[in-house]
Design a protein around this ligand. Structure first.
Ligand code: SF4
Length: 461
């Protein structure tokens, strides 16, 4: 057992020098992982480490991995190979692996990379300080993979979070961990455990502190974010109520959330999007497939018809709402007819944007055992799907030209520093020529003048 005292969020032990080297956190995957990486960085800063530009020079390297597809797993193993070569020359380098791949492949990671100092699961990030200290002091391999459990209806051990997050214009705030849906293609219920919501007062406190430090926009994170609020010790708190509570926090101007699950998308949420100005007019709602048999095999608990009803209700309540989605092609057994259903759905729903993927079998999930679609077929289908979606965008986006929308300026565009960049409430990315006096965080009305696949050029009005 470790005898190293774990740091509490925000604390700094008095015996640790303020500067002791550098760290590098490499992240793959979703916003939840990005957010976890920020937490890891905060804990490492507490220990006196500063950020390194290049992992080769860092004293502590943490890989925050993703298991949702095979590709990010391959990238993580490839980077570990390179790290092994550097660590052979510089053995004091501390190497940790975190995230979803760490949760499900910890032993394999260690077996293939014996130089790894620690492997840490998705719910154990608060243990990073202790693990780094142990790696420095004892050089013994450690792993921490426990996931929180439910006791009866109530979840215990909601991860502690580091709340000293610095003044950022936009911040992710996890409100729910894990997932109970068990879609047949998805590894997340295994890597992140059963669905559990953070207590409402913890979420409110975190957002309040972010707002005090200058954050104007929060994105609430959860695998099925709109099922937030079940199994709380204080009783159920609907997601729509949480949105209203956050909208009342002084300084918070914009609230986003990702990703809602279609079956749990109820009228109270639509009312809040319509009525609460801080709740942005955008919804990223994963469709995944446009055929009911396919949805059933995916164990998605909705139909094309019920999805259509939500889209119709949303658009009639909030006509300019931005809708984006995720779609998978080449799911096991996908027939030509089923795929045609997905194409038809994309043409019908006219999403503003879509993240389109080829199915990637995840070992241990039911779909990985089903009859697979040949890769050549799924590649062709992905190309066809993209063609259809981009055609929809090319047809629909120009219809927005002339609209006047509010952009929250985030700063110069990384691709063209002469232009300012920001997003509208409906999540259109905007580039416009602005003066230097426009500070990040300012909300500027603009008129859309040019449509592109990535977003719009606009002019200030
Ligand atoms: S809803 Fe389905 S796809 Fe989303 S995290 Fe849960 S199991 Fe995975």
């Amino acid at each position: 057992m470790s005898n190293v005292t774990l740091l509490q969020p925000g604390s700094r032990p008095s015996n640790i020098p303020t500067r002791r080297g550098t760290y590098f956190v490499q992240t793959w995957g979703c916003q939840m992982n990005e957010e976890d990486s920020e937490q890891i960085a905060l804990y490492l800063k507490d220990l006196g480490f500063t950020a390194a530009q290049d992992w080769r020079e860092a004293h502590v390297v943490v890989l925050n991995t993703c298991s949702v597809r095979k590709k990010p797993e391959d990238k993580a193993f490839s980077m570990l190979g390179q790290i092994g070569e550097v660590k052979a020359i510089r053995p004091t380098m501390v190497v940790g692996v975190a995230g979803c791949m760490a949760q499900v492949r910890a032993d394999e990671i260690r077996r293939r990379n014996p130089f790894v100092d620690f492997v840490i699961g998705t719910a154990q990030i608060g243990q990073i300080p202790g693990l780094v200290e142990e790696a420095i002091q004892t050089k013994k391999f450690q792993k921490r993979l426990e996931l929180p459990e439910r006791k009866g209806a109530v979840v215990t051990n909601i991860p502690q979070r580091h709340l000293e997050r610095g003044g950022k214009l936009k911040a992710f705030v996890p409100i729910q961990y894990g997932c109970d849906k068990f879609c047949t293609f998805c590894i997340v219920p295994t890597t992140r455990g059963r669905e559990r919501s953070r207590p409402t007062e913890h979420v409110i406190e975190e957002v309040r502190r972010l707002a005090e430090l200058g954050t104007k926009e929060v994105t609430l994170l959860g695998q099925t974010v709109n099922s937030y609020g079940k199994n709380l010790a204080e009783g159920n708190v609907p997601f729509s109520k949480l949105l209203k509570l956050i909208s009342g926090i002084p300084g918070i101007e914009r609230i986003r959330y990702t990703s809602p699950y279609p079956r749990d998308f109820k009228a109270d949420l639509i009312d809040v999007i319509r009525d609460v100005p801080e709740v942005m007019e955008h919804c990223h709602m994963p469709l995944q497939a446009g055929n009911n048999d396919l949805l059933k095999r995916m164990k998605r608990i909705y139909t094309v018809e019920s999805f259509r009803e939500i889209v119709d209700n949303l658009r009639s309540a909030v006509p300019h709402i931005g809708l984006t989605t995720d779609v998978i092609v080449g799911f096991p057994g996908e027939t030509e007819e089923e795929f045609e259903g997905t194409l038809a759905a994309m043409q019908e729903f006219k999403f503003d944007q879509a993240y389109m993927f080829r199915y990637s079998p995840r070992p241990g999930t039911p779909a990985a055992e089903m009859e697979q679609v040949p890769q050549e077929v799924s590649k062709l289908r992905l190309a066809k799907l993209q063609e259809v979606q981009y055609a929809v965008q090319a047809e629909e986006a120009p219809k927005c030209i002339g609209q006047i929308l509010e952009v929250m300026v985030e700063g110069p565009s990384p691709k063209n520093p002469k232009m300012l960049q920001g997003y509208t409430p409906c999540f259109k990315m905007i580039h416009f020529e602005g003066t230097e006096s426009i500070q990040a965080g300012t909300i500027v009305p603009v008129e859309l003048t040019e449509a592109h696949r990535w977003g719009f050029i606009a002019k200030q009005v």
